[in-house]
Design a protein around this ligand. Structure first.
Ligand code: ADP
Length: 496
C-alpha cells in the first residue's frame, strides 16, 4: 500500500464517467491497495473504476488510526461535533447530483431514486447533528443514605461498519452520522459493488472538517477485512447491514470479544390487504414498496396477502400498473426501474419465478429476463398470482421486481402466515378498520409496520427488525443511543 501524494478526490471527479482508479481512505490519507478489483455499471456491464484492495493490513492500519482519533474525537464538544456534521450535511446536499450519479453508475437504481437516497441519507446526518447535543445521563434515587447516583452516556469507541450495495450512500450515513455524533470513530468497509459512494462521502467528510482518522473507508476483500474488524480489541462494536447469513457469521466472530453488534439483516415483508381497504391506494402502495430500487430493498413487499373478497380486484389494479412500468438504464428519464445489481441476481430471480410457475402459480405479467434485450442486468417487472405460500418465491427474500399474491380469508391465518418466517423486519397492512389495525399490528412479529403507508424509513424513526432480521435500531434517538455506553456512578457519604 502506498500513500498518495495528492488527495485523489472522488468528489472532484464525480462528473467524469471514467473513474479509473480509486483508493481507500485511512487516517485522512488516500491509500492504494496491494491489488485491485473492478466496479462495473450493471446497466451495461461497463467497467467504471478500478479500486485498490487494501486487505487485512489496510484494515489494521485503519483500526489503529480510528483508535488514535477516538482519544481526541470523544473529547470534542458535542456542539462542535454537531457543527462539523452539519457542514458535512450541507456539502452532501450541494453535491447531491454528483453523488446520485455515482449511485446510479455503481448499482443501477434510477437517477431519480438515487437523488432521493442522497437526501434520505443526509437526513440522518442532520438528525444526528441535532441529537449530538441531547446525549445525556440522569440523576437517580439511591437506597443508601447520604448518597447520590447518576448515569453518564459515553461513546462506545471504534466501530467497524460493513455496508451493502443497495443504498451505497444512505446505509453509511445511517450508521456513521449517529456514531460520529456520539463521539465514536469508524472503519467502514463498503460493498465491493459500490465503493465509490463511500469514498465520495469520505472526501466530503474531510472537506467538512471531520478530523483525520475519525472516518476511514477500507475497500477490498470482505473475508480478509471482516475478521480484522471483528477480531480487533480496539473495535468495540460492529454495525452491519446485509444478509442474515453474513450477519450471523459476524455475530459469531464478534462473540469472542463480546463486542456489541447492530445488525440490519434480511426481510420477508408481508403486505396485507384486508377486504375493507382502499384497493387503489393499496395497489399504489405495493408498486411503491415492491418496485422501488427494482425490489432490491430489505423492506420490499415480499408476499402480498389479500383477502379473497378483494384479491381479483387487487390483481387487476396491480396488473394495470405493473404492465406500464418500464425497465431501462437508470439515467434514462423514462425508466421506472433500473437493472438488478448483477447478472447473478437476474438468474436468481428468474429461478424463483420459474419455480413458482412450475408450482402452478399464474404469471400475470412479466416473468422473463430482459438482459439480452436491454444489454444489462435487467428483469421484467413481474406479477405472480395464486401460488402456494410455501413456494420459494414466498419463503425467500426475492430482491427483485417480482410481486406475488396469496389469497387468505381468516385474520388468524393471515397473522399466522405473516409470522411463518424467520424474518421480522418490515410489514404493511391496508385496512380502514381501527380494530383490525390493533389486532394485526400487535399480532404480527415485525420491527416496523406501515399501516396504509408503503414506506416506513425516516431519520427520526427507529429502523430495525426482530427475529433473524436483526438486532438494534437505526434512526431517531435510538440510533444515537446504540453507539453509547451507559455508565452508572454512585457517590456515597454526601454531607447532610
Ligand atoms: P449481498 O449478498 O446482498 O451482497 P452480503 O451480506 O453478502 O449481502 O454483503 C453485505 C456486506 O457484507 C458487503 O459489504 C460484503 O462485502 C460484506 N461481507 C460479505 N461476506 C462477508 C464476510 N465473510 N465477512 C465480512 N463481511 C462480509
Amino acid at each position: 500500500m502506498t500513500v498518495m501524494d495528492r488527495p485523489a478526490s472522488i468528489a472532484d471527479r464525480l462528473d467524469d464517467k471514467t473513474l479509473l482508479r480509486s483508493e481507500s481512505f485511512i487516517g485522512g490519507q488516500w491509500v492504494t491497495g496491494t491489488s485491485s478489483f473492478e466496479v462495473s455499471n450493471p446497466a451495461n456491464g461497463e467497467v467504471i473504476a478500478e479500486v485498490g484492495d487494501v486487505g487485512a493490513e489496510g484494515a489494521r492500519q485503519a483500526v489503529t488510526k480510528a483508535a488514535e482519533a477516538f482519544e481526541t474525537w470523544k473529547k470534542v464538544s458535542p456542539f462542535e461535533r454537531a457543527r462539523i456534521l452539519m457542514k458535512w450535511y450541507d456539502l452532501i446536499l450541494e453535491n447531491q447530483a454528483d453523488l446520485a450519479k455515482l449511485i446510479t453508475l455503481e448499482m443501477g437504481k434510477t437517477y431519480r431514486e438515487a437523488r432521493g437516497e442522497v437526501v434520505y441519507g443526509a437526513g440522518f446526518i442532520e438528525w444526528s447533528a441535532e441529537e449530538a447535543k441531547r446525549v445525556h445521563g440522569e440523576t437517580l434515587p439511591t437506597p443508601f443514605p447520604n448518597s447520590r447516583g447518576w448515569t453518564i452516556r459515553q461513546p462506545i469507541g471504534v466501530v467497524g461498519c460493513i455496508t451493502p450495495w443497495n443504498f451505497p450512500n444512505a446505509m453509511i450515513t445511517r450508521k456513521c452520522a449517529p456514531a460520529l455524533a456520539a463521539g465514536c470513530t469508524m472503519v467502514i468497509k463498503p460493498a465491493p459493488e459500490t465503493p465509490l459512494s463511500a469514498l465520495a462521502l469520505a472526501e466530503l467528510a474531510k472537506r467538512a472538517g471531520v478530523p483525520d482518522g475519525v472516518f476511514n473507508v477500507v475497500c477490498g476483500d470482505a473475508q480478509k477485512i471482516g475478521p480484522v474488524l471483528t477480531g480487533s480489541d480496539a473495535v468495540r462494536m460492529i454495525g452491519f447491514t446485509g444478509s442474515t447469513e453474513v450477519g450471523k457469521l459476524l455475530m459469531r466472530q464478534a462473540a469472542d470479544g463480546v463486542k456489541r453488534v447492530a445488525l440490519e439483516l434480511g426481510g420477508n415483508a408481508p403486505f396485507i390487504v384486508m377486504d375493507d381497504a382502499d384497493i387503489e391506494k393499496a395497489a399504489d402502495g405495493i408498486i411503491a414498496s415492491k418496485f422501488r430500487v427494482s425490489g432490491q430493498t430489505c423492506v420490499s413487499a415480499n408476499r402480498i396477502i389479500a383477502q379473497p373478497g378483494i384479491a381479483d380486484k387487487l390483481v387487476e389494479a396491480l396488473e394495470a400498473r405493473i404492465s406500464r412500468l418500464k425497465a431501462g438504464d437508470g439515467f434514462a428519464e423514462d425508466s421506472d426501474l433500473g437493472p438488478l445489481v448483477h447478472m447473478e441476481a437476474v438468474s436468481r430471480v428468474d429461478a424463483l419465478v420459474k419455480q413458482a410457475r412450475e408450482a402452478g402459480a399464474r404469471i400475470v405479467t412479466g416473468g422473463k429476463r430482459l438482459d439480452e434485450e436491454l444489454g444489462g442486468a435487467f428483469y421484467a417487472p413481474t406479477l405472480i398470482d395464486g401460488g402456494d405460500p410455501k413456494m420459494d418465491v414466498a419463503c425467500h427474500e426475492i430482491f427483485g421486481p417480482v410481486a406475488s399474491v396469496y389469497r387468505i380469508e381468516r385474520e388468524e391465518d393471515i397473522i399466522r402466515l405473516a409470522n411463518d418466517t424467520p424474518y421480522g423486519l418490515a410489514a404493511y397492512i391496508y385496512t380502514r378498520d381501527v380494530n383490525r389495525v390493533h389486532r394485526l399490528t400487535e399480532g404480527i412479529e415485525y420491527g416496523m409496520i406501515g399501516v396504509n403507508a408503503p414506506m416506513v424509513g425516516a431519520a427520526s424513526t427507529p429502523f430495525g427488525g426482530v427475529k433473524e432480521s436483526g438486532i438494534g435500531r437505526e434512526g431517531g434517538k435510538w440510533g444515537v443511543e446504540e453507539f453509547t455506553e451507559l455508565k452508572y456512578v454512585l457517590l456515597g457519604g454526601v454531607d447532610g
